[in-house]
Write a protein that binds this ligand. Structure first.
Ligand SMILES: NC(=O)c1ccc[n+]([C@@H]2O[C@H](COP(=O)([O-])OP(=O)(O)OC[C@H]3O[C@@H](n4cnc5c(N)ncnc54)[C@H](O)[C@@H]3O)[C@@H](O)[C@H]2O)c1
Length: 340
């Protein structure tokens, strides 16, 4: 296949700084065009990333024969419509997480991309993040036995300058926007959960910006907490994971790094095994966004399903995130299968 032509949809934080630049650096892709409702942002990003075309209407981008795939990095309420329109135009789609805000839209997106026979992947970056992907490889190798328990935490500052993040209707709240990363990771390791019990709380800011969830899987118990609540404290992004397995465990520690622009996170993974010395994994230096984008591009080029991160996985992650939010709101235990 010739060089894959990419249309970047959304020139905000994720589009302009985390996704767009990867296509400009890869030899197998060419960033052809940028579209954003904010034309100024689209122009600035196109100029910085050497994309020749700027569109102010999605219809025009989707009519462009030089564009094979779109990368959707817009606020979550627009994921559904833009994915479906792109699929109908025959473009392959990489869409930022979460897949959507509700399951009906998620199902329509999956249906539309299947019907159009285009590749569709939702960018659940932990499946590609060096630390989390390496942890999954350790589990899959069987060297420390079956996973039994997991504990995850994820803390991030909410950017108060970006207004849509302050609107729970647009983000789905901390459960759907933040917590979903760890919920998806748990599903990857443990399968689908049987029930969930969550609590939410408020920080000094307005809104429910912290959630903690106890999840029961058929073969494991998990606990996760996610928060946006440290804006004022100015703490960097961090995430942690502890996994206890039959013959050992894994500890993951991730912090935002301000020292190395090529490697925006500092990540450590320790593996513990019964009767053996602990070992610190040597991790790939490439960040998870680069790896997820390379993977998506390869799936398109090789005409393969994105089996590491299927659309149905993104739907299941959304279903579980909705279940945690419902559990926190109603203060009851919720069976995710009964969330619609
Ligand atoms: N995977 C991750 O780690 C991660 C991190 C942050 C955000 N996200 C997700 O990425 C998505 C984008 O978030 P962001 O932080 O880049 O937001 P952002 O506000 O920084 O950027 C969004 C851009 O989309 C544009 N836009 C808004 N509505 C549009 C529309 N209908 N059509 C075209 N352009 C439109 C805005 O003008 C803006 O430039 C969200 O779904 C968010 O949940 C993922």
């Amino acid at each position: 296949m010739r060089t894959l032509g990419i249309g970047l949809v959304g020139a905000g934080t994720m589009g302009a700084y985390f996704h767009g630049p990867k296509y400009s650096r890869m030899r197998s892709t060419k960033l052809r065009a940028v579209y954003d409702v904010n034309e100024k942002a689209a122009k600035a990003t196109a100029q910085r990333l050497n994309a020749k075309k700027v569109y102010s209407r999605i219809e025009d981008l989707l009519r462009d024969p030089e564009i094979d795939a779109v990368d959707i990095c817009v606020p979550t309420p627009w994921h559904g419509e833009l994915t479906m329109e792109s699929a109908e135009a025959g473009k392959h789609v990489l869409c930022e997480k979460p897949i959507a805000l509700d399951l009906k839209t998620a199902d329509q997106m999956i249906g539309a991309t299947r019907k159009a026979n285009v590749r569709f992947m939702v960018a659940h970056v932990l499946r590609f993040d060096p630390a989390y992907a390496a942890t999954k490889e350790v589990i899959d190798s069987g060297e420390i036995g079956e996973p039994l328990l997991a504990l995850a935490a994820r803390h991030s500052q909410l950017n108060p300058r970006i207004s849509w993040y302050a609107d729970e209707e647009s983000t789905g709240g901390v459960a759907i926007d933040m917590h979903i990363h760890d919920l998806d990771y748990f599903n990857w390791i443990f399968g689908g959960p049987l029930e969930v019990a969550s609590k939410r709380s408020r920080s000094v800011e307005e809104g429910w910006d912290h959630i903690s969830s106890l999840l029961t899987y058929r073969h494991g118990t998990c606990f996760a907490e996610g928060s946006w609540w440290w804006r004022e404290a100015n703490l960097p992004f961090s995430s942690r994971l502890s996994l206890l397995c039959q013959r050992g465990g894994v500890e993951v520690d991730v912090r935002a790094s301000f020292a190395d622009p090529d490697c925006p996170m500092e990540e450590d993974v320790w593996v513990y095994r019964t009767g053996k010395n602990a070992r610190l994994l040597k991790l790939a230096r490439k960040d998870g966004y680069s790896k997820e984008i390379e993977y998506f591009v390869n799936c398109v080029k090789n005409d393969e399903e994105p089996s590491i991160c299927k659309p149905e996985d993104a739907r299941l992650a959304l279903q579980l995130a909705l279940a945690t939010r419902q559990s926190a709101e109603t203060q009851t235990t919720v069976n995710p299968d009964q969330v619609s």
